[in-house]
Design a protein around this ligand. Structure first.
Ligand code: G3H
Ligand code: 13P
Ligand code: ZN
Length: 306
């Protein structure tokens, strides 16, 4: 199954596919276990900094191992690639899809860089996600100080000029765990306008962690400082998955929170245990549960025949 066919099916049947960031063997296999248990497709994403953290050769090995181990359709995706070079490196590592994030550049430069990645990736049958508009918040290399919602008419020009396969849009979400100061506000009206202007383009929602209250309060109980953390309510994610053209939803922070809670809790409750495999196994189990919940209950991903 090709990613583009999956996106078309997701629009037609009203669901989205989770794109979950991984940073090591444990997070990769935890995500894939969750999808495999439900027999659904999934996207596993590698940020530029995670790419550097793992290193190209080890990453290639992980991907190869995963392809030999899991039978569900899964797609390896570069998250927030900032240059043609990093997209080329990801393609060399057998990625299925790359994101070129030139959203911080002026429109014309965004078009130019995105188009150069599309032209390159097409030779290898690799999908390209572009981004238009900016997400507020700060997280490592992915940062922007304020919202700049996607302009629907610019989106039309952007898609025509770049020929991207999918488009990440800014409608009020942001990266990291501090997404809103008061109530969550997502601009469904802008999403609707975008869908009208580019009805055939699969759309992507970044910054979509929910920052579950239960995980947050447990983390605080075990010593974390996360007082102001607030995420995107799950009902909004279900709405954009089932009633709109959002086909890919990116989640990283919830996985980080789940991992950190498992490790903090395990070590607090088992102070004499020094076996790394024990607490990482606990983290892995908890991530798998989180992924299953998102796929089944929130994104409504449909099992596929393959
Ligand atoms: O969208 C951003 C991801 O959460 C990547 O974060 O660069 O720290 O891996 P990272
Ligand atoms: P969160 O920080 O909300 O998990 O967003 C992740 C993301 O957009 C990765 O590209
Ligand atoms: Zn993102």
């Amino acid at each position: 199954m090709k990613l583009q066919e999956l996106y078309a099916d997701a629009i037609k049947r009203g669901y989205s596919i989770g794109a979950f960031n991984f940073v090591n063997l444990e997070s990769l296999t935890a995500i894939l276990d969750g999808a495999q248990n439900l027999n659904t497709p999934v996207i596993v994403a590698v940020s530029e900094s995670a790419f550097k953290y793992m290193g190209a050769e080890f990453l290639k090995g992980l991907i190869e191992g995963a392809r030999k181990t899991y039978t569900i359709p899964f797609f390896v995706h570069l998250d927030h690639g900032k240059s043609l070079e990093i997209c080329k490196k990801a393609i060399d590592c057998n990625f299925d899809s790359v994101m070129i994030d030139a959203s911080s550049l002026p429109f014309e430069e965004n078009v130019k860089l995105t188009k150069s990645v599309v032209d390159y990736a097409k030779q290898f049958d690799v999908q390209v996600e572009g981004e238009l508009g900016r997400l507020k918040g700060v997280e490592d290399t992915v940062s922007s100080n304020e919202h700049l919602f996607t302009d629907p008419s610019e989106a039309l020009t952007f898609v025509k000029q770049t020929n991207v396969d999918s488009l990440a849009i800014a409608i009020g979400t942001s990266h990291g765990v501090n997404k809103f100061l008061k109530d969550a506000k997502i601009r469904i009206d802008i999403l609707q306008e975008i869908e009208k202007t580019i009805p055939n383009t699969p759309l992507v929602l970044h910054g979509a962690s929910s920052v579950p209250q239960k995980i947050k309060s447990e983390l605080v109980k075990f010593g974390a400082d996360l007082k102001n953390a607030q995420g995107v309510p799950e009902n909004i994610l279900t709405e954009v998955s089932t009633k709109h053209h959002i086909v890919k939803i990116n989640v990283d922070s919830d996985i980080r929170m789940t991992t950190t809670l498992a490790v903090r809790k395990y070590l607090t409750e088992n102070p004499s245990d020094i076996d790394v495999r024990k607490y990482l196994s606990q983290a892995k189990k908890d991530i798998t549960k989180l992924i299953e919940h998102k796929i089944k209950d929130v994104f409504k991903t449909k099992p596929v025949k393959y």
